[in-house]
Design a protein around this ligand. Sequence first.
Ligand SMILES: [Zn+2]
Length: 351
Amino acid sequence: MKSISIAIVLVGSMWFAPSVPMAEAAPCFMVTLTGTQSGPSVFNGQAGAGTLVRYGDDSNDCAAMKLQFDTGRGTNMRLSQINVTPVQLNAIFFTHMHGDHTEGFADIMMLRWYLKGPKIDIVCSSDATSVLGHTNSCRKFVTHVAEAFLQSGEIAERRSEDKERLAGGPADLTNVITFDPKDEPQVVWSSGDVKVSAIRSTHTAGHASYRVDTPAGSVVIGGDAGNDVLAPPRASSTSDQVEKLAKGVDIIVHSAFHPVLGPDRGSGFPPLSYYRQSLASDLGAMAQRVGAKHLMLTHLGPSLGAVIHNRWKVPGGPLTQADYRKAVEAGGFTGNIIVGTDLATLRLPAK
Ligand SMILES: [Zn+2]
């Protein structure tokens, strides 16, 4: 009885509380491609694969929180162009352990260590063994990321200048959070009203795709995901799990290959590498099926304007944005298509 009467008193006091309109700033978020290069080569100054997701409200230009997905070559330089320093990142997520998605990590972490932190969550798959027997280990990669700088003496030297820098170098600044990628979405990180989920996808052992949900919108970052069936015949080159993760999402960011590199076109590009990626046309079809409003193609194979992809000649000559757009439209997508270039940005809601 006592608790009931307290509840009535509380409800009563709420009833009489004056209703003051709250001057809340509207939530917003931004998705920026920090690098659009398809690895492992480099073309025309493009940075390696990466996506920055910023969330906040109008009062902080949608950037109270900054999450980086993959850190390919040159990520730090691209971040500097939008005035983001490594110290400001709240967490870093890896889709997989290929160099074109990880090479910029040492650069980011060395600078964060030099500027004295703070600690940062690194979120990625737990160790995964491939069918060929080797192990892909994000944890080891993160733990040893600055080994060369420890060995060279730089870490010790800069510590002698400022003892507040941690003795173990950048690895001491990391809090590695690993998860076992599964065929259903699982929440792997959250903070306030931002939630990050992951799902298993096929490319390499331990590959994961991510989804970020915020009150201002949502984005799926597919990484280099392809279909579990590694070669035709199959319904699609896209991942069924990514499709599940992307149901009703606002934005899909995904690595994309153009059909021009297919074995039937005679470029010589290895079929295995071709088939373990998603085709722009199939991504268009998937984006349409899940009801996405925006499709951002990144990690383009071949790069826009490239005569050579890695070391294979692009049949028919260099591709344009229109070529990728045409492929996506052929898949039936009627939403907004962004054929990625470095620093391409989408803001929700649009300004
Ligand atoms: Zn890649």
